[in-house]
Design a protein around this ligand. Structure first.
Ligand SMILES: [Zn+2]
Length: 303
């Protein structure tokens, strides 16, 4: 990276250039693993994974956004309190991790309300304004969810993966922060009721390269990851994501089809060193902080 580019993304910039986000779920919640998990399975790694993440963030004095699943908040309320106590943003990842494809308006509304109740029981208050759909399941077939989010008091969403990949994605969606038009997720409408903070995707002409987190972060070599993310960060705020189960020292494994096994387990050893290098590379804030500082959301009355 050229020094002048580094200067533009260094701490002290007016608008931090990156949000690191964590979808706080357990190892048995992801869509690929869930059907293969034995009934009555009680092992959990979310606590260990979050502990490692909080430690990395604390050492660099960074704030992140945690999209917490309601089931996790219900089972481990102290974990949600520990995340909040470090000054991180608590946001919503639904209640049960059922994707939007499996829900309708009313069952989605119930997910949001149950999840809110779980966070409130853990924290004693509830002020989440951000949402991320399980399995990035917001796509043209589930765009109705944005209306429900707005009705339930959410101000921003971070569920759009702005390219189509095997499981999810919105082809042709804007790569930067935008307001999705009613009825067309891929089009910006300044009158749109919710702000969308899409996952980082690189662009080289018409080609798009998924780099924002999870499998992509594990699978791509660091030089390509950094080169692509640096280029994005020069143009727009980055949005990165990982899961505590990817960071946990002892991840239980289930037998998956080869491609699904690759997506779920490839490169887990590389996650923490790669994450730590990324944390030192950009200027980070919470998603809400970036949206407020860049004028996409009105500043909270109190913080
Ligand atoms: Zn998830």
């Amino acid at each position: 990276m050229a020094p002048e580019a580094l200067a533009r993304v260094s701490p002290g910039s007016a608008v931090p250039r990156a949000a690191i986000t964590f979808d706080v779920e357990d190892w048995y919640h992801p869509e690929l693993a869930r059907p293969h998990v034995a009934a009555g399975e009680t092992r959990s790694v979310v606590r260990e994974g979050v502990a490692v993440i909080l430690d990395l963030l604390r050492r660099r004095a960074l704030r992140a956004t945690f999209f917490v699943l309601g089931e996790v908040a219900e089972r481990f309320p102290d974990l949600v309190r520990a995340i909040a106590a470090d000054g991180h943003e608590i946001a919503c990842h639904g209640m049960t991790h059922r994707p939007l494809w499996a829900l309708d308006r009313e069952s989605f509304r119930r997910e949001l309300r149950d999840s809110r109740a779980a966070r409130r029981a853990a924290l004693g208050h509830e002020e989440a304004v951000g949402f991320r759909a399980p399995t990035f399941s917001l796509d043209p077939s589930t765009a109705w969810a944005l209306e429900v989010l707005r009705e339930e008091g959410f101000l921003y969403d971070s569920s759009v993966f702005p390219m189509r990949v095997r499981l999810y994605g919105v082809a042709g969606a804007p790569l930067g922060i935008y307001r999705p038009a009613a009825g067309n997720l891929a089009r910006h409408d300044p009158r749109g009721t919710l702000v969308e903070f899409p996952v980082a995707v690189g662009a080289l002409g018409p080609l798009r390269l998924p780099v924002g987190g999870g499998f992509y972060l594990r699978a791509l070599p660091s030089w390509l990851l950094h080169r692509t993310l640096d280029r994005i960060a020069r143009e727009r705020p980055l949005s990165l994501y990982l899961h505590p189960w990817e960071c946990a020292p002892h991840l239980p494994r289930v037998r998956l089809a080869p491609v699904d096994g690759l997506i779920t387990y490839f490169g887990l050893d590389s996650v923490l060193p790669k994450l730590d290098r990324l944390l030192g590379r950009y200027s980070f804030d919470t998603m809400r902080g970036i949206l407020e500082r860049s004028g996409h959301l009105a500043p909270a009355k109190e913080s």
